[in-house]
Design a protein around this ligand. Structure first.
Ligand code: HEC
Length: 186
């Protein structure tokens, strides 16, 4: 009987401590890991991470994770008809530069480099940009095909997690070219 009681006590202790652990997990979720998964499933890499090309086709260059359109990379030859509505929208082979009726847009550097990335942004600036579709939440409109209209429906907590992950990346200096208005496309 005594053994039974102490076993019961032990079992209760084990259950109580795993409940405490679970409660703790909920109270302090790993923001960065959550943000990493959201970025993966939100397909941010498709446009924002540079690519490699080999016999198997396109791959991701994880040494340049989310650093945007490579500054020194020339654009392939372009059919300017794409600047008119109703024609094809063009994407560069790495899906990082786009041509359409809005002109040319280049996927931004999302690493925390202070000059060329989001190093000086706060979570509030990031959330405002994603919710309003304006550069840094108050500037020019963010151009297609950046899918902010879908991203804006993420909760504040999810957007904070995405931002925490972006801030945890190694900063990469890469000054992505400015967008080009249709009239200025050479
Ligand atoms: C289909 C391509 C595409 C996908 C997918 C995409 N982006 Fe973008 N993103 C762009 C392009 C292009 C720009 C530059 C737009 C511009 O210059 O106006 C951009 C710009 C941005 C900017 C800068 C906004 C600003 O205020 O200037 C942020 C931040 C950003 N993207 C975050 C994300 C995140 C986070 C995801 C995934 C949840 C994502 N993007 C998915 C193409 C994409």
């Amino acid at each position: 009987m005594k053994l039974f009681v102490s076993l019961m006590t032990f079992a209760t202790l084990v259950i109580a401590s795993s409940a405490a652990l679970a409660a703790n997990d909920n109270a302090a979720p790993d923001l960065v890991a959550q943000g990493k998964a959201l970025v993966m499933h939100g397909m941010c890499h498709d446009c924002h991470t540079p690519k490699t090309f080999g016999p198997q086709g396109m791959g991701f260059d994880w040494s340049k994770t989310l650093s945007g359109y490579p500054a020194a990379q020339p654009l392939p030859p372009m059919d300017k008809q794409a600047l008119k509505p109703g024609y094809w929208v063009l994407g560069s082979p790495d899906l990082q530069a786009w041509v359409g009726p809005w002109g040319i847009s280049y996927a931004a550097n999302l690493t925390p480099d202070e000059q060329t990335g989001i190093g000086l942004w706060t979570a509030d600036v990031f959330i405002k940009a994603m919710r309003t579709g304006k550069h840094m939440g108050e500037g020019r409109p963010i151009l297609p095909p950046m899918p902010w209209e879908f991203i804006k429906d993420m909760s504040d907590d999810q957007l904070k997690a995405v931002f925490a992950y972006l801030k945890s990346l190694p900063p990469i200096k890469n000054a992505v070219p400015q967008p080009v208005a249709p009239a200025d496309v050479k």
